[in-house]
Each structure stands twice: as structure tokens, then as C-alpha cells.
Design a protein around this ligand. Structure first.
Ligand SMILES: [Zn+2]
Ligand SMILES: [Zn+2]
Length: 345
């Protein structure tokens, strides 16, 4: 760590990463300065790294956790020394959605968000955040677990939106990190969980950590398995956590009155034929999930602080910031869950 600087990883083109020394920011009256301890590498960072998302140069990292070092005079949420998880999603607090409490839908970006080069702040030694963007956690929480704050908040949002009841049958499609967290939280909600995943190792990870049943959809008929298990009715809720055509099986595996939530985004965009008459007759609910509300963050902080969800098996590696390119190569090899970058250097 430099005395007044803040080293940050920048992606400068597909597969190209460099460390730059930025000036350490000073918090304004409503802001906090966070010493980032760890940041998880999510799908967005992978897409920025491999060029699927082209917005160079960019300093990514939206899954950080760290320690408050300085607070502006109007900040009341935290104090120096507090351990926090950080939501970098800007919320304007003034739009229709923010006023309804649906801050996950705020699309009003403050001008400061559009300054180039793009900087999220997670893969940096120091990051600025607004007081409303930081959520305190118990200082006993390990940093590499705390970095799951953002993914946990996302999944909590989806689980609540699907309104899972005790004893329901839930199908999770995709056994990547986000699929695995859906498995964990659906289980925590008292549901019977089926995980569908073609990769044997990911499937085994899911059945070893929460899923009651694992299905490889390339070997078994997922829809038939789901219907057999439920006296022919179909599952109560489906979470689609991967792009591609797999989500269509989820729709077929759903019972009358069931709910399907699409969590994954689709690159490239696709269109599927869906019968409005099927929606009418079967009274199904199709919805989506992206981002989180403040409430989801408070709940994620509670789950982490109280040790109510075991995430250790989803940490696939830890690298210091200097080895960011190694971390990115591991994170993008298709075989790992969360790779963590530690800023302690
Ligand atoms: Zn994320
Ligand atoms: Zn807003």
C-alpha cells in the first residue's frame, strides 16, 4: 500500500490488465472512504475481461468488503473501523422507484457515475462510497466470506420475490456460484431443492451443499424428473441462473400457478415463443431479478454476521492484487466458483 495513493486494477482491453496508482480519494460530506480488503470476481468482471462487454479502460470490482477509514460529516450509517459490505449501485433516492422502496429499479445515474475511465472501486486499495451504500457486518466475519455480500443480496431478493413457502419444490437451473447460492437460500427457506447442471463437479458441489437432488439435463429428462417428484404437477418455483436454452426446460417443469424467475442475463439476446394462453390457463408467474434493494443488503449483512449460511465451499482461490491477471485467468476458466482478490499488499 502506498502512503497517499490507491492502487487499482484496470482492464485496458480483452485479456489485458494493469495496476495503476490512483490518488487516494477523500470523502465528501455524505461519503465514506473504505479500505477494501477483498473483492470477488463476478460474471460482470469476467465479461469485461474477456471482451464480451467492451468498455475500456475500466477499473471493475462490484463485490468488495472492507473497513471504514474515514467518514464525511453527514454520515450516520457507519464509523471508522467498521467492517462493511458495499453496494456500488447508485440510487438517486428521488425517482419514482426509489420512493416506492424499489431501489433495485432505479435507473437514474448521477453524473459522477459517468466519468471516464469507468471505475467501480472494488479492485482498488481504497474506494469511495455514499453512506447509504455501506452496510456494517460483524468484524468476526472472514473477509473472503464478506465478499459474498452482493451476490447474497441478489439471491435474497430473488428468493423473497418468488415467495417460497416451507415444503415447496424448487428447481435451480445452473450450478455456478449464483445457482449454488440459490440452492443454499432455498434450502434455508425450508424447500426441497433440485439442482440442474451438466457439469459433474458443479452438480456434486450442489448436492453436497444443500440440493436434495442433482440432475444432469444432458443425461436425464429434467422435466420428467421434476414431474415424477411432484406427483405429476411440476415444481412450485424455478430459478434460472444460466443463459442459453436451459431456462425453457424450467418453464416446462413448473406446476400450474408456479413461479419462474430469470436471474441470468442473455448474451447474445434471444427471443422465445411463449403462449399467452398457457399463462392464462396455467396461471404461471414469470418474473426476473437483477440488483437488490436496501432491505436485501440489510438481510445479507445479517446472514453473514450471524454465520447463517455456509459459503466456504464457493471460494475457489485467493490472490493478492499484484496477481490480478492470474486471478482473472482462474475466474474465467469455467471451472471455478468465486475467485477472491485480496488488497492487503
Ligand atoms: Zn456480482
Ligand atoms: Zn432512483
Amino acid at each position: 500500500m502506498t502512503m497517499t495513493g490507491s492502487r487499482a486494477a484496470y482492464f485496458t482491453g480483452p485479456g489485458a490488465v494493469e495496476l495503476r496508482s490512483d490518488e487516494r480519494p477523500r470523502p465528501g460530506p455524505t461519503q465514506v472512504l473504505v479500505r477494501v480488503r477483498v473483492c470477488g470476481i463476478c460474471t460482470m468482471e469476467q465479461r469485461l475481461y474477456n471482451g464480451v462487454m467492451d468498455m475500456y479502460p475500466v477499473s471493475p470490482g462490484h463485490e468488495p468488503a472492507g473497513e471504514i477509514v474515514e467518514v464525511g460529516e453527514d454520515v450516520v450509517s457507519v464509523k471508522p473501523g467498521d467492517h462493511v459490505i458495499i453496494s456500488f449501485l447508485p440510487r438517486c433516492m428521488q425517482c419514482h422507484f426509489c420512493r416506492l422502496g424499489e431501489t433495485d429499479k432505479c435507473t437514474t445515474r448521477p453524473k459522477s457515475f459517468n466519468t471516464k475511465p469507468w471505475k467501480f472501486g472494488g479492485l482498488s486499495e481504497f474506494a469511495l462510497a455514499e453512506g447509504y451504500q455501506v452496510f456494517p457486518i460483524d468484524p468476526q466475519v472472514r473477509w473472503d466470506h464478506a465478499a459474498f455480500g452482493e451476490p447474497l443480496a441478489c439471491v435474497l431478493h430473488n428468493i423473497k420475490k418468488a415467495n417460497l413457502r416451507f415444503g415447496e419444490d424448487v428447481l435451480v437451473i445452473g450450478g455456478g456460484t449464483m445457482g449454488q447460492i440459490h440452492v443454499l437460500l432455498a434450502r434455508l427457506r425450508g424447500c426441497r431443492v433440485i439442482l440442474s447442471e451438466p457439469d459433474a463437479e458443479k452438480l456434486a458441489m450442489g448436492t453436497g451443499h444443500g440440493a436434495h437432488l442433482g440432475v444432469d439435463p444432458t443425461r436425464e429428462d429434467l422435466v420428467a424428473v421434476a414431474r415424477d417428484l411432484t406427483a405429476g404437477r411440476g415444481v412450485d418455483a424455478v430459478f434460472v441462473t444460466v443463459g442459453g436454452p436451459a431456462g425453457q426446460d424450467g418453464l416446462k417443469a413448473m406446476r400450474k400457478g408456479g413461479r419462474t424467475l430469470f436471474y441470468s442475463s442473455y448474451y447474445p439476446k434471444v427471443e422465445w415463443p411463449i403462449s399467452p394462453d398457457w399463462i392464462h390457463h396455467d396461471q404461471v408467474t414469470l418474473t426476473g431479478g437483477v440488483n437488490q434493494t436496501f432491505e436485501d443488503w440489510v438481510d445479507a449483512a445479517a446472514l453473514l454476521s450471524k454465520g447463517l449460511v455456509d459459503l466456504d465451499h464457493l471460494v475457489s482461490g485467493r490472490f493478492p492484487l499484484e496477481r490480478i491477471d492470474e486471478a482473472m485467468r482462474l475466474a474465467t476458466n469455467g471451472r471455478t466458483f468465486r475467485v477472491m482478490v485480496e488488497m492487503d499488499g
